[in-house]
Design a protein around this ligand. Sequence first.
Ligand code: DGL
Length: 265
Amino acid sequence: MDRDAAIGIFDSGIGGLTVLHAVLSALPNEHLIYLGDTGRTPYGTKSAETITRYAVESADFLVERHLKLLVIACNSATSTALDTLRAHVRVPVIGVVEPGVRAAIRATRTGRVGVIGTEATIGSGAYTRALRAENPKLEVFTRACPLLVPLAEEGWTDGAVARGAVETYLASLARSGIDTLILGCTHYPLLRPLIAEVMGPAVTLVDSAEETARAAAARLDADGLARPAGPGSTSFFVTDAPERFVRIGQRFLGARVESAVRVER
Ligand code: DGL
């Protein structure tokens, strides 16, 4: 492995661009390869077995491209396939759950933590297990919010429809007395202002994207594999026609996605 090897980042589709954005800010000198499995998105409504199979295929595609680190930029894939991928590939693997959990542990004062995510993420229990492994006394409150993924992709992140969905999903969490809420889905940072408003100022929102980027930087430093100087580069691959990814990607990445290459899976 050498410093010029790339960091591979994959997601079920477009949402992982929020993680890529954080990685780009934290590690501007690195070569990044992003794979969005747009042909098979969403993962969040699928079974653990299917998500794991897709995740292994995505990892294989990236690992063939000379990696030094693999980042699973998808909560559903991390929740269901992290252990399988760690056993399957030879490079270090960082998911979004552990970094998000660490940030939540730092943030909570009351020990009452909420987690929102897709059906697959919440159903897996991965966040609850990871939180309790750090502190068995934590009280964890979870809620699957599947409609928030298409709303974010549609750009409906404020207004009556988004507000109705967010208020309905978060009603029980808002009553539960949590002081920290993990945004356990790549799409939720786009709805962050609305979620913050609905939960109120007493609740700290944790976005695992930034923590994941920090974890990636720390891992490269520990391994002596960080690129000391730029410029870095980013290339995009998708498993369906790139047009929608390129068009919508800007909202998730915070910058233009210049182009993406379609690969067959
Ligand atoms: N990327 C997924 C996640 O973070 C959300 C979209 C999907 O369901 O595929 O869980």
